[in-house]
Design a protein around this ligand. Structure first.
Ligand code: 6PG
Length: 226
């Protein structure tokens, strides 16, 4: 098991994640005048995004990207873009940009190519990943159609389409490739609860995908609270 940063509570975990996002953005703005972080959806990270958006950053210099997206419109309850638009509202109102993965009126593959064109030029300073109970990270669902291409460390694509019947919201997903995540300046894997910690340890011990592929491609910092 790689080194973990253990927080005494979920509240402290959210504050820790928000502080790392803020720090990455401030450093990028100081170094090159702009910063970009890629954010996961799901049920865990919303409080971290709300904390971040309450900070006084130079928001017009900031881009928010998605780690992955459920292939639904932003007003759908399962949309990760919708989650980011709600939780990051103060930052977006102050001029930050959200780079969508979803495109309306396109099929999944065409939308993946359109998102790939938008994401390829992004320089991602930090990618915040989560992990589902089934071990998926981003939308790299074990055994799903498209996941092998998404986990190819030599992939030229930044965004790909995945079809995973077991995925929440819709089986159709758009996701950053492992290669795009590994190119990020910094990678965080934020998990909560004993079950996910044990699942991660077991995947890494037995070479289980996608966790083992992620840790072979980069050095994520694991952030955990019970
Ligand atoms: C998604 C996510 C996904 C998420 C995990 C954990 O859209 O499904 O980006 O990779 O990080 O499923 O989700 P929870 O926080 O809900 O456990």
């Amino acid at each position: 098991m790689p080194e973990q940063t253990i927080f005494p509570s979920r509240e402290a975990l959210m504050a820790g994640a928000a502080a790392r996002l803020e720090d990455a953005l401030r450093q990028a703005i100081a170094a090159r005048g702009a910063g970009c972080v890629a954010l996961s959806g799901g049920t865990t990270p919303a409080p971290a995004y709300e904390k971040l958006a309450a900070e006084a950053l130079d928001w017009p210099r900031v881009k928010f990207a998605l780690v992955d997206e459920r292939f639904v419109a932003p007003d759908h309850e399962a949309s990760n873009e919708g989650l980011l638009r709600r939780t990051l509202a103060p930052a977006l109102t102050a001029g930050a940009e959200l780079v969508a993965m979803y495109s309306p009126a396109m099929d999944l593959e065409a939308a993946a190519q359109a998102a790939d064109a938008r994401y390829a030029p992004l320089r991602i300073d930090l990618a915040l990943l989560g992990m589902g109970g089934d071990g998926h990270i981003a939308s790299w669902f074990p055994g799903s159609a498209g996941v092998a291409a998404a986990l190819d460390p030599a992939s030229k694509r930044s965004v790909l389409a995945v079809r995973a019947p077991q995925a929440y919201g819709t089986p159709e997903r758009l996701t950053l490739s492992l290669a795009a995540v590994a190119r990020a300046g910094r990678v965080l894997l934020m998990i909560t609860g004993e079950e996910k910690r044990a699942a991660l340890a077991s995947a890494l011990a037995h070479g289980g995908r996608p966790a083992a592929a992620l840790f072979a491609a980069c050095e994520p910092e694991v952030l955990w609270a019970g």
